[in-house]
Write a protein that binds this ligand. Structure first.
Ligand SMILES: Cc1cc2nc3c(=O)[nH]c(=O)nc-3n(C[C@H](O)[C@H](O)[C@H](O)COP(=O)(O)OP(=O)(O)OC[C@H]3O[C@@H](n4cnc5c(N)ncnc54)[C@H](O)[C@@H]3O)c2cc1C
Length: 401
């Protein structure tokens, strides 16, 4: 069997693996990235890029698509569909903390393709698309990955392996790691449409969390489309959830009349809250969905994965270029990112999802009161904006030694 050598092998070129690989390559590390797909998956997943993630991608020279095609969303809103109350939060208030005081709304596949294009231009990077990691073996000072291409299985010997191979990570499974947590009972349905939904609302922003005891929804704008995410009724089958009848019901309730809206996508998702028991084992570091899954309420999944990616690559550069102790750096990566995943990403997305699912319905008055207090208290509002835009979690991770 042919054996190749590389310093770091990255399994998976989703947004997280692509960021890890580009960050390493830009710092002169010899990196090989393996991805089964020949181009980025065009599914409807992440669309929100928070300010720290914009800074990371801009620093890597991989934010062109975000800034040229994405939509700036300085304001996001919590709306109550029944009372009409609107609570707005303006990221312009943290302009002293970031050069990008807004979210950018852009589909993840557009941005990922741009990062992969940049990666391909790096002389220290090798990109193997149409190939997959089948198996990994840990040795004392290196990892062997078995990589399948169209004709053969070849061995790649790497000093370190970054597992960015997504929710069903083969690397995590080969390592025999547990992925404890839970899966929400109900599914979510995401519709996308070119219909000008904004005409039915007063001053709708690009990011809206709309509460309703009967049917809450998240309404997001991406270039050329509105995306509408709703919880699926438990008694409907998947066929019924993507039927015209259900689609017309959802939009009919939302817009007040049946307009026979034409949709571009109708996608069913399950949401999970899971954290892998280890984020690093020996010479393998797990990042992104391979290490943690959370509900999409708040837009933290991909963003926190990108934060894992840069943290992991910083540690690998220290080991491979500056002689830092490998075991200590890898352990520090695990402590910083696993702690933040548990204490912030999981806790906040569970809370955000609870508020959307039942908190609002059962405790609307308290919710409205709490939101009013927050909106009217400048200090609390700033702390809230820094937390929801993920600056606080990055500061907390950096403080963990
Ligand atoms: C409806 C919805 C909305 C969301 N919205 C947001 C949002 O607004 N903001 C946010 O931050 N997050 C959001 N997320 C979460 C976000 O989509 C994920 O967290 C993100 O895609 C994780 O990126 P990743 O690179 O870790 O994994 P993935 O994107 O899953 O990429 C994994 C890659 O690994 C490859 N791979 C698989 N097996 C192998 C193998 N054996 N060898 C090599 N490669 C392999 C896959 O082909 C894939 O390209 C949303 C998710 C959903 C479902």
């Amino acid at each position: 069997m042919i054996t190749h050598d590389t310093e770091v092998l990255v399994a998976g070129l989703g947004p997280v693996g692509a960021t890890a690989a580009l960050s390493l390559a830009r710092q002169g590390i010899n990196v090989t990235a393996v991805e089964p797909l020949v181009s980025s998956a065009h599914d409807l997943r992440a669309s929100t890029y928070h300010a720290p993630t914009l800074e990371i991608l801009d620093d890597l020279g991989a934010a062109d698509t975000l800034f040229s095609q994405g939509l700036k969303a300085p304001v996001y809103q919590y709306r109550d569909r029944q009372t009409g109350e609107v609570f707005s939060f303006d990221l312009g208030e943290i302009a002293d903390r970031t050069r990008f005081p807004y979210r950018i709304q852009c589909e993840q596949h557009r941005v990922t393709s741009n990062i992969v294009d940049q990666l391909k231009q790096q002389s220290s990077a090798t990109v193997l698309q149409g190939q997959r990691v089948l198996f990994v073996e840990q040795h004392e000072d290196h990892v062997i990955a078995y990589v399948e291409n169209a004709n053969a299985v070849e061995r790649w010997r790497a000093r370190y392996l970054v597992a960015a191979d997504g929710a069903s990570s083969v690397v995590r499974k080969v390592l025999g790691l547990q992925f404890p947590g839970f899966t929400y009972d109900e599914k979510f349905v995401c519709f996308s449409t070119e219909h000008p939904i904004e005409e039915a609302f007063d001053n709708l922003s690009y990011v809206n969390y709309i509460s309703d005891p009967r049917e809450w929804m998240v309404v997001l704008r991406v270039p050329g489309l509105w995306r509408v995410l709703v919880p699926a009724p438990l008694d409907l089958t998947d066929d019924q959830l993507v039927s015209d009848d259900y689609k017309n019901d959802v939009f009919g309730r939302m817009l007040g009349r049946d307009l026979q809206i034409v949709t571009r996508h109708r996608t069913i998702y399950r949401a999970h809250q899971r954290v892998c028991e280890r984020f690093a084992v020996g010479h393998i570091l797990l990042v992104g969905d391979a290490a943690h899954l959370n509900s999409p309420m708040g837009g933290f999944g991909m963003n926190s994965g990108i934060h894992d990616a840069v943290n992991a690559s910083e540690k690998l550069v220290k080991i491979l270029r500056h002689g830092a102790d490998g075991a200590a750096q890898v352990a520090l990566y695990e402590r910083q990112r696993q702690t933040i995943t548990r204490d912030f990403v999981q806790a906040q997305t569970i809370e955000n999802t609870r508020l959307m699912r039942d908190g609002w319905a059962n405790a609307r008055a308290q919710r409205s009161e709490a939101m009013t207090r927050l909106v009217n208290d400048a200090e609390a509002r700033r702390a809230y904006l820094l937390k929801q835009s993920m600056f606080t979690s990055l500061d907390q991770a950096a403080a963990i030694s």
